[in-house]
Write a protein that binds this ligand. Structure first.
Ligand code: PLP
Length: 430
């Protein structure tokens, strides 16, 4: 039995897997302690190896908008598995998926599936460079677009968590064409675009930042980004790997009414299986091989099991009232958390768009990465551990979004607020 304790499993993990995890933010480096070893997920809950149940706000970092092991998704994936797991040849289901994505995202005239969000952004950038015949890329401080070499500059997510401004292993040459400016600042973007007008291939942005915690765009910010990129002939890439199908059926572009040239998708699109996708204007997408000269490929791209899980997920999301329900849950949680902060005079703020939300402690507002970095990380660590002890699994970093799913019940949300209140009270007395 001892050999099967979580402590033991994690010790084994550390011996054979760097840091014991297959993606850095899964470690609890930011908050201290060993991560829980997860055994099961069902609906809004995960169970660890020792049988403790948690209300889960990580949701596999965004994909599980329907909750864990949702019945239709499981049935679709099982059926697909039984029909053969991969062909490396066209299938009807992948066509149906591309058509459905187009229904939800009219700007995605053509779509190509890949196996991760990282591949999606990497491919979109290659395409944008080929289309414009320019080389420079603009990204925003704190926005994370996967671990593409050229985009690992002032990225958020695990890099924010680990306070790595950059990473060894990426030659300077690879990032020399990447320009970084603050998010939510139109003047800086306009000035940068004017200075480098003829050389900027693309501007890539998380339309709602989710990797410095949630940071919503200011009013009209995305429209301004659209205007200035069009003016200078740069391709506007919305990285909707998190926000796609999350903040609205048609992502942030639907919510804010701003149309990019290219969109990157991932997470929800795969229903919990590995996926990514990029798509947009036909005139750009048709540059891809085999139609055009831009090479891009993938052995498991359009994998039938992923496609089946994704289609099942997207179909559920097509039902009436889904996004109203997610909004109501998000609004309840946001307001209740803010009330608790006020009641116990804890300085902090909650940023939220729909069902993605972040609690920042020690700051009054967060509109860009620098402000996020000023949050109280020690208080966050205390909060995190108390929530875990109370059966609430919040992301183990202050710089991540917490995700609410359709499976979260009102009772789950109330239990979460109750745990938060108990912690806040103890924090106030302490
Ligand atoms: N883009 C955004 C906005 C993301 O949040 C992520 C991952 O969290 C990625 C891209 C990379 O996706 P993946 O982890 O599937 O490579």
């Amino acid at each position: 039995m001892a050999n099967n304790s979580m402590k033991n499993i994690f010790a084994r993990a550390q011996a054979r897997i760097p840091g014991g995890v297959n993606s850095p933010v899964r470690s609890w480096k930011m908050v201290g302690g060993d991560p829980k070893i997860i055994a099961h997920g069902q609906g809004a809950y995960i169970l660890d190896w020792e049988g403790h149940r948690y209300i889960d706000y990580v949701g596999s970092w965004g994909p599980l908008i329907l909750g864990h092991a949702q019945a239709q998704v499981v049935a679709a994936a099982k059926q697909a598995i039984e029909g053969g797991m991969s062909f490396g040849a066209p299938t009807e289901a992948e066509v149906e998926l591309a058509e459905l994505v187009h229904d939800y995202f009219p700007a995605i005239e053509k779509l190509r599936l890949v196996s991760s969000g990282t591949e999606a952004t990497m491919s979109a950038i290659r395409l944008a460079r080929a289309y414009t015949r320019r080389s420079k890329i603009v990204k925003f401080d704190g926005c994370y677009h996967g671990h593409v070499d050229s985009l690992l500059v002032r990225a958020g997510s695990g890099l924010a968590t680990l306070a790595l401004p950059d990473t060894p292993g990426v030659p300077e040459n690879f990032t020399k064409d990447t320009l970084v400016i603050p998010y939510n600042d139109v003047a800086q973007l306009e000035s940068l675009m004017s200075t480098h007008s003829e050389t900027i291939a693309a501007v890539i942005i998380e339309p709602v930042c989710g990797n410095m915690g949630v940071i919503p765009p200011r009013l009209d910010y995305l429209a301004a980004v659209r205007k200035v990129t069009a003016k200078h002939g740069a391709v506007l890439i919305f990285d909707e790997v998190i926000t796609g199908f999350r903040v609205a059926r048609g992502g942030a572009q639907e919510l804010y009414g701003v149309t990019p040239d290219l969109t990157c998708l991932g997470k929800v699109l795969g229903g919990g299986l590995p996926v990514g996708a990029f798509g947009g204007q036909q005139v750009i997408m048709d540059l891809l091989a085999p139609l055009g000269p831009v090479y891009q490929a993938g052995t498991l791209s359009g994998n039938p099991v992923t496609v089946a899980a994704g289609l099942a997920t997207l179909k559920v999301l097509g039902s009436d009232g889904v996004y109203e329900d997610l909004e109501a849950k998000g609004q309840y949680l946001e307001e209740a958390l803010i009330q608790v902060l006020k009641r116990w005079r804890l300085r902090g703020t909650v940023n939220r768009v729909g069902s993605m939300l972040t609690l920042f402690f020690g700051v009054d507002s967060v509109t860009h990465a620098e402000e996020a970095r000023r949050c109280d990380q020690q208080r966050f660590a205390r909060f995190f551990h108390r929530m875990i002890a109370c059966g609430i699994y919040y992301p183990p970093s202050p710089f991540e979004a917490a995700f609410i799913s359709l499976a979260h019940s009102q009772a789950d949300l109330e239990q979460t607020v109750h745990c938060f209140e108990e912690w806040a009270q103890s924090e106030c007395d302490g």
